[in-house]
Design a binder for this molecule. Structure first.
Ligand code: ADP
Ligand code: MG
Ligand code: ZN
Length: 628
């Protein structure tokens, strides 16, 4: 895709540069060119030179003495006029007879005025003119731009994409089939409007792509541009918000004017939440007028043209809940296209798309990687493939291998391995018990995702170790038991520390946070407690950006909620504790094993676990035999 940009810097930028250059010329260059250099010296030097007969010309004024020496070319000096009664005698002795007339020629004031002020202005005007012309030429070829006024602040900075062979196509966007289907319809409409007109169907004026960051919203819009064969105006919401008041609205106007001229075409407004936020009217006295004006202008423009002209507006946001309802009402962005985090198949497909860009071993199993990367966005998956390629280069390999990819998943999830992390022996054994605590509790419960890897190699993210569990397939629904087991698994690390060392460490802070979140959601959002039943006690906003929960209940209920959350976590803690107490032998042998090898796979974990269990049974049998 070719991208034609109008210059980003406004004209004032060039004007400033020219002015600065002129000022510098005025200060440093012109004076030297225009009048000879005159050196200021001490009166003593003047006397010395007079005595030595080195003077050729002298001019005495009321305040200073200007004199020239007899070298070739002549050097000029100046010195202050002293109270010197012998001055005239001295000069006569030195052979100077005239000292009243000027020796350094002053430039005529008119000439100096022309050189230092008029000339720069002329140069400046010519330069500006030339800039303007080349600018107009560029805009002409891009099919944009209107008017030739010098100060074009109000222009929209929309980039125009024109169709070309190297553009992004729908095939570059993996997964997201529903979104692609909906967008394909829009593209189709732009190509065959009469088919829709015959039936009387009207195509939506605008479509809003919503989804978490990195799921490919911007990518999809670019793919539309690549497929549509019509002009594509792309602008980011933040570009509307300008330094100068009123410019945002002017930009919107300009953008739509251009779009109307180029119809059929597509206008894409990325990150529309920057201008389309709710106008709540409170708490922002004066501050948000500018944004509000911009939004109003946008609404007006969207109403002002009809889609039959063939202008379709796409927008993207990851904060749909914060958008002004006026934007979402029918006739504006009435079609919402969800762009969700990819599922298992989607992740595999995205990995494959990005793997095409790197050299990769034939035997790489992308489904394994996709499983490991549960919850990753398209952008993260793209990043993983790149990390793997970097790792391959570092290792001096010619292509990317499976372990490269697996390690890169961990890098993206947990950060790099800390090469020389200082973990004392004592800390290492604590971390080993902590991680085995998680893994063992998970393994001892049904409805838990299998453990695939345990490591106590610290990561740059700050994790001292972690236990990786990989779901067999994607979950959309979670049962109450599953959530409870998850909380129990999260408490497992702390439980193990407490059981073995009878003291607890800070290492569980992240576990605590996650367990609390889950327990709270059970109580307030999933209706999983008898006390509250199916009552929504919290509302979520910002669902795509981590989610902010806000309480929607009375303070008394809030207190009850807190009590219940604590009870849920405590219950699961007790469950984990009884599980681990019953398997102290396994806990010990697994922790020692992990301490020794630092990283173990899920299979090794199961092997050691089963060995220890069998050993325990044998001993128990032997013990009972011995009794007989
Ligand atoms: P968003 O705009 O939703 O935040 P982007 O469209 O900017 O995300 O995606 C960032 C990058 O992530 C893309 O350039 C692409 O490399 C990768 N990516 C995201 N989603 C996908 C996908 N579905 N297929 C292929 N690549 C994707
Ligand atoms: Mg984006
Ligand atoms: Zn932990």
């Amino acid at each position: 895709m070719q991208e034609i940009k109008t210059p980003r810097k406004p004209m004032i930028f060039y004007i400033l540069i020219v002015m600065i250059v002129m000022m510098l010329l005025n200060i440093f260059l012109f004076p030297r060119m225009l009048s000879p250099q005159v050196e200021e010296v001490d009166y003593g030097q003047f006397l010395q030179m007079a005595e030595n007969g080195e003077l050729s010309e002298v001019q005495v004024t009321d305040t200073e003495i200007v004199f020239a020496d007899n070298s070739d070319p002549v050097n000029y000096y100046t010195t202050g006029r002293m109270e010197d009664p012998f001055l005239v005698d001295r000069l006569k002795n030195a052979g100077i007879t005239t000292f009243g007339s000027p020796i350094v020629e002053e430039m005529s004031p008119i000439l100096s005025f022309i050189l230092s002020w008029v000339l720069p202005l002329v140069i400046f005007a010519l330069l500006g003119n030339w800039l303007m012309k080349s600018l107009m030429k560029k805009m002409g070829s891009g099919g944009m731009g209107s008017g030739g006024n010098f100060m074009s602040f109000g222009k929209s900075n929309a980039k125009v994409y024109v169709q070309s062979t190297d553009g992004i196509r729908f095939s570059d966007v993996a997964g997201e089939d529903e979104a692609k289907e909906l967008l394909t319809e829009i593209v189709d409409y732009l190509h065959n409007p009469q088919r829709y007109a015959e039936i009387g169907a009207s195509i939506p004026k605008g479509a809003l792509l919503v989804g978490p960051p990195g799921t490919g919203k911007t990518l999809l819009a670019k793919a539309v541009a690549g497929e549509a064969h019509v002009p594509f105006f792309s602008i980011s919401g933040s570009e509307f918000v300008e330094m100068f008041v009123g410019m945002g609205a002017a930009k919107v106007r300009d953008l739509f004017k251009q779009a109307n001229e180029k119809a059929p075409c597509i206008v894409f407004i990325d990150e529309i939440d920057t201008i389309g936020k709710k106008r709540d009217g409170v708490g922002n006295i004066g501050g948000n007028d500018e944004r509000e004006q911009t939004l109003n202008q946008l609404l007006t423009e969207m109403d002002g043209f009809n889609a039959s002209k063939g202008v379709i507006i796409l927008a993207a946001t990851n904060r749909p809940d914060s958008l002004d309802p006026a934007l979402l009402r029918p006739g504006r962005f009435d079609r919402r296209i969800p762009v969700e985090l990819p599922d298992l198949q989607g992740r595999e497909a995205i990995l494959k798309v990005h793997a095409k860009k790197v050299k990769i071993a034939d035997n790489v199993d992308f489904s394994v990687i996709a499983k490991m990367a549960a919850g990753a966005s398209g952008a993260e998956l793209a990043n993983m493939v790149n990390e793997a390629a970097l790792r391959a280069v570092r290792a001096g390999r010619k292509f990317v291998t499976q372990p490269d990819l697996e390690e890169s998943v961990e890098v993206v999830i947990a950060g790099y391995q800390k090469k020389n992390a200082i973990l004392s022996d004592h800390e290492k054994i604590i971390v080993a018990y902590h991680e085995i605590g998680h893994a063992l509790v998970a393994a001892l419960q049904s409805h838990s995702a299998p453990v695939t890897k345990i490591t106590i190699i610290p990561r740059t993210s700050g994790a001292l170790g972690y236990t990786m569990q990989v779901e067999e397939d994607d979950h959309n629904l979670m049962s109450k038991e599953e959530i409870e087991n998850k909380i129990a698994t999260l408490t497992g690390g702390r439980v193990a520390e407490d059981l073995i060392f009878h003291s607890v460490t800070t290492g569980a802070s992240n576990d605590i946070e996650q367990a609390t979140k889950l327990a709270r959601a059970m109580v307030t959002r999933f209706g999983m407690t008898d006390e509250f039943g199916m009552v929504a006690l919290e509302t979520m906003s910002n669902q795509y950006l981590g989610g902010d929960a806000s309480l929607a209940c009375s303070p008394e209920t809030a207190t009850e909620i807190d009590k219940k959350v604590i009870a849920v976590v405590k219950e699961q803690y007790a469950k984990a504790e009884s599980l681990l107490r019953a398997h102290m032998r396994e806990l010990n042998s697994l922790a020692q094993y992990l301490y020794q090898y630092e990283t173990i796979t899920g299979d090794e974990f199961i092997d050691v676990l089963q060995d220890t269990l069998k050993q325990g049974k044998d001993e128990a049998n032997a013990g009972s035999e011995g009794l007989e």
